[in-house]
Write a protein that binds this ligand. Structure first.
Ligand code: SF4
Length: 397
């Protein structure tokens, strides 16, 4: 049976279809657009409306199963501006979760096309995203091993594991379907990075788009409980001061220590958070690396047949300077600045115990008090990698 393929795109259509590609700014033909004008100028009202639709649709449905008619019917430059507006909006969101959902949705939307385009278009998109692909014979595509690993590691499907691939002189040989899936991942990686916004620009977006951001926050469900954990909703408001401090540090882009990163992943897993929620917690880290984080979170949560490591006890956290029971003077909320009397109860020995005593539910009732040898290993040889941190950068404090 003949394989039907969409027609190849000219450059302008390519950029309208994939506005995240290097060179897409040429759609503006030299027109200078500032954040302020994109936010306020009446001539960009349509781009703003489509940008909001892009973001809100992703919050509702990160699988992008619904077509966005607004995008298809817009001119190429309006489509590009709507994309820029969506990026700015998401960069101003106080939470990283909407950006992640949007990156997934936009990548899936692009994939719906990529699955059916000529190989040249697929390869051109990959190339402009910084990944080399080459058609070698018929429908076979060669990908340099290093690019393959970068894109395939976050994909959890077993078919993408390296031992299952054909290798040829440092290249991985794959079919078009698999290549399109890798390009989807490349798009997701590109879009997961927030665009840098100056403080005054962020304030302007938050002021002008308050309603959209509030709607976005209400529609983005965070954090998400793990299917099958049977614990119901995660209760972040019941987390102990140490865990809340770790979350705040990462959200603020501060460098949380190795022990803190390990503790946070182990705690969230035991509280029933799903894999993506745990990965999300590290997105604000200054040295965040998507692939490494996924690998390390998988290791921490997959330990002991999926039971995961247990976070360290209070004494250990205290010795690492990670106990905040006396309050955090730098915190914005009064609740976080105050001393927490629950942490001074003589029988309290563990952050999970704190969570459970306040009504939070854990994956295993006996997870709270275990001999210290059974909890997560101390930092040093044999310590699981700390999520969020690339393998070779950043001080290991
Ligand atoms: S006493 Fe324990 S639970 Fe409370 S902040 Fe310190 S380490 Fe966390």
């Amino acid at each position: 049976m003949a394989v039907r393929r969409a027609a190849a795109l000219d450059t302008r259509s390519l950029f309208a279809e994939y506005p995240f590609l290097a060179g897409a700014e040429s759609l503006l033909a030299g027109e200078r657009v500032s954040v302020r004008s994109l936010l306020e100028d009446a001539s960009y009202a349509r781009a703003r409306a489509i940008g909001r639709a892009r973001v809100l649709a992703a919050a509702d449905d990160p699988r992008a199963s619904r077509d966005l008619g607004e995008i298809a019917g817009a001119e190429a430059d309006v489509r590009y501006l709507s994309f820029l507006f969506a990026q700015i909006l998401l960069a101003a969101s106080p939470s990283a979760a909407p950006l992640r959902r949007w990156a997934v949705a936009e990548a899936k939307r692009a994939h719906a096309r990529l699955a059916d385009v000529p190989a040249e278009e697929l390869i051109e998109v990959a190339r402009r995203l910084g990944f080399a692909m080459e058609v070698i014979e018929g429908e076979r595509i060669a990908v340099p091993l290093v690019d393959y690993l970068r894109l395939a590691v976050p994909i959890r499907e077993a078919d993408f594991r390296l031992p299952r691939q054909d290798l040829d002189r440092g290249r991985v040989l794959i079919g078009r379907v698999r290549a399109a899936r890798l390009v989807q991942e490349a798009i997701r990686l590109r879009l997961s990075l927030p665009v840098p916004l100056a403080d005054d620009a962020r304030d302007a977006v938050r002021g002008q788009e308050r309603e959209t951001l509030a709607t976005l926050a209400a529609r983005t469900p965070v954090p998400v409980a793990r299917p099958g954990a049977g614990l119901g909703a995660i209760r972040p408001e019941l987390f102990p001061p140490c865990i809340r401090k770790m979350q705040r540090m990462l959200q603020a882009g501060e460098n949380l220590s190795h022990s803190g990163r390990f503790c946070l992943a182990a705690f969230l897993h035991r509280a029933g958070a799903d894999f993506e929620t745990i990965v999300d917690a590290y997105r604000g880290a200054p040295d965040f690396d998507e692939a490494v984080t996924r690998y390390q979170v998988e290791h921490i949560t997959g330990h002991d047949g999926g039971r995961g490591y247990t976070p360290p006890e209070c004494d250990t956290l205290r010795s690492h300077g990670l106990c905040f029971r006396d309050g955090d003077p730098s915190a914005v909320l009064p609740l976080d600045r105050e001393r927490d009397e629950r942490c001074f109860e003589p029988t309290l020995r563990h952050p999970l115990q704190y969570y459970r005593r306040r009504g939070g539910r854990l994956t295993e009732a006996d997870a709270v008090v275990r001999p210290s040898s059974a909890t997560g290993p101390e930092e040093g040889r044999g310590t699981p990698g700390a999520p969020g941190r690339s393998r070779s950068t950043g001080p290991r404090r």
